[in-house]
Design a protein around this ligand. Structure first.
Ligand code: SF4
Length: 132
């Protein structure tokens, strides 16, 4: 049986590309509604959202965490959720409900920061992360 290891985690803020999992949709209030079914983005979906422009401002995608192949990797962790967790110390120890999520068992952010990552996650828009 395959076990979940650090090597097969998923990045919950991946780019829009064929084969990525469509994880969530950005709402009018700029929060992300996570989907309750894992939809794989196929070529026609990607072509359509790219034609409409800025897919990572409108959707969240998940795909394999490539660790050192990503500029956000610190060498040991995902720097995105590490920094967002550090910016939000008030969430430490909070007993706050977290959204249902189809990738939690493999999510890099959850494996790194636990429930705190899931409290932050609905406020993350991938296309706004460039400066982090
Ligand atoms: S941080 Fe939490 S809610 Fe967001 S994708 Fe990972 S497991 Fe799901």
């Amino acid at each position: 049986m395959k076990t979940e290891t650090s090597e097969n985690k998923l990045c919950p803020s991946s780019t829009a590309h064929e084969g990525a999992v469509l994880l969530g949709v950005v709402q009018g209030d700029q929060t992300v509604a996570l989907l309750n079914a894992g939809l794989l983005a196929d070529a026609s979906f990607i072509a359509k959202v790219e034609e409409e422009g800025h897919p990572e401002k409108r959707f969240r995608f998940a795909d394999k965490c490539v660790k050192s192949g990503c500029k956000q990797w610190t060498g040991t962790k995902c720097g995105v959720i590490k920094e967002l967790a550090e910016y939000n110390p008030h969430l430490d120890g909070m007993d706050h409900s977290i959204p249902e999520c189809i990738i939690r068992h493999r999510c890099r952010w959850f494996s790194q920061e636990g429930n705190k990552a899931c409290m932050i996650c609905p406020y993350v828009i991938t296309d706004n992360l460039a400066d982090i």
